[in-house]
Design a protein around this ligand. Structure first.
Ligand code: TXA
Ligand code: MG
Length: 351
């Protein structure tokens, strides 16, 4: 199969035609990659179990890892969930459309192939206009995991998607680079207390403003022991990983740069290709041939936006070892570090 990449901005008439065509592909059971404000998604018809099976196959994803159902309008929600708790309504009111996914009890029409065998369904309403137009054109219910191959960093550009999905899907809707760059926040609203399953742009404080007290799934905190069973099945897999070995070096700035320089020197002596992920403020403190600056520590949204692209770049450069600083920033630090820790397979060195 040849994968076409088509730009979806600029020309209104062409865009409308593209959405119609993309919608038809979905209705016939095919797959299309779509831009959202968080990361690119790999879209299929959420209510068609054969489409969901195709998504798992294209991603190389274990089939017990459920997909998020994307809707474009609030009227679409009652059809796919069996109840809408008051707290879900309040959250939707405040943060939908936006980078928030809610886990709710599913209705009968959502196939178990979409929910990975669970009786709950994750639902999100993206704010990205291209995504919403496309969802409507496709019949209203789009199952879409992130459009990367399973285990790889998520895709923040159409080029990333093409790299992972060429030959696997019919169409990539190119909406340019995404805005946020990290996947949506996931909150489970089926239990006694709302529970944060995956941190994202919408942070715990923003959730608590609406919900009051929330729980935070134990797997998020960082150190994951073998006994922890994350409630979002996807969170248990090694994820976001570049091909090189990634290590996080954590501690006071001077100690971190000294330690990383010491490690880099050892690799260079052995003629190994090594890289450093740094911030704008610290990048000049390193003695390494490959230094990637993810942005200023004062601008955490840029760090979040650049993170996956930098991890992917490491693969292009074929480095064998990567050292990164920790980015425990005030607002999005929990989300950034959650992705980084899992990309590093929990290899954290404290100095
Ligand atoms: O920002 C996003 O959410 C992106 C864009 C494309 O919308 N999508 C995304 O999907 O990140 P994915 O499949 O890569 O991640 C979905 C996560 C997985 O960790 C999965 O286990 C969890 O959501 N999940 C899905 N349904 C669930 C459910 N019913 N209960 C608990 N966790 C669920
Ligand atoms: Mg993903």
């Amino acid at each position: 199969m040849e994968t076409r990449v088509v730009k979806a901005y600029g020309d209104e008439k062409k865009d409308r035609e593209l959405m119609r065509e993309a919608g038809e592909i979905i209705k016939k059971g095919g797959l299309v990659a779509m831009p959202t404000e968080t990361v690119y998604g790999l879209a299929g018809d959420a209510l068609n179990k054969e489409s969901s099976k195709k998504i798992y196959a294209a991603k190389g994803r274990p089939s017990d890892n459920p997909l998020i159902v994307h809707i474009a309008d609030m009227e679409a929600l009652p059809k796919i969930v069996s109840e809408i708790p008051e707290k879900a309504r309040a959250l939707a009111e405040k943060y939908w459309p936006g980078p928030l996914t809610m886990v709710l009890k599913k209705s009968e029409i959502v196939p178990y192939e979409t929910t990975g065998g669970l009786d709950t369904v994750a639902v999100r309403m993206p704010v990205n206009n291209i995504a919403r137009e496309f969802i409507r054109a496709a019949g209203g219910y789009i199952a879409a995991p992130s459009a990367n191959k399973s285990g790889r960093p998520s895709c923040t550009t159409a080029e990333h998607v093409l790299k992972d999905m060429a030959g696997e899907i019919e169409l990539i809707i190119d909406g340019g680079a995404v805005g946020i760059g990290l996947e949506s926040t996931i909150v489970d609203l089926t239990g006694e207390l709302p529970c944060l399953l995956r941190p994202g742009y919408i942070n715990p404080q923003m959730l608590e403003e609406i919900l009051g007290k929330i729980e935070i799934d134990t797997s998020i905190a960082g150190v994951m022991d073998e006994k922890a069973h994350p409630k979002a099945p996807g969170m248990k897999y090694k994820h976001y990983s570049p091909k090189g070995e990634l290590y996080i070096i954590e501690g006071p700035e001077a100690a971190v740069t000294a330690k990383i320089n010491e490690f880099v020197k050892k690799h260079k002596e052995k003629n190994e290709k090594v890289a450093v992920i740094a911030s704008e403020e610290t990048k000049d403190s390193y003695k390494c041939d490959i230094i990637k600056d993810v942005g200023s520590r004062r601008d955490e949204e840029t760090i979040a936006h650049n993170l996956f692209a930098v991890l992917r770049e490491m693969d292009e450069l074929e480095v064998s070892t990567i050292y990164t600083e920790a980015f425990d920033t005030p607002r999005m630090g929990m989300a950034i570090m959650n992705r980084l820790i899992r990309a590093a397979g929990h290899k954290i060195i404290k100095v």
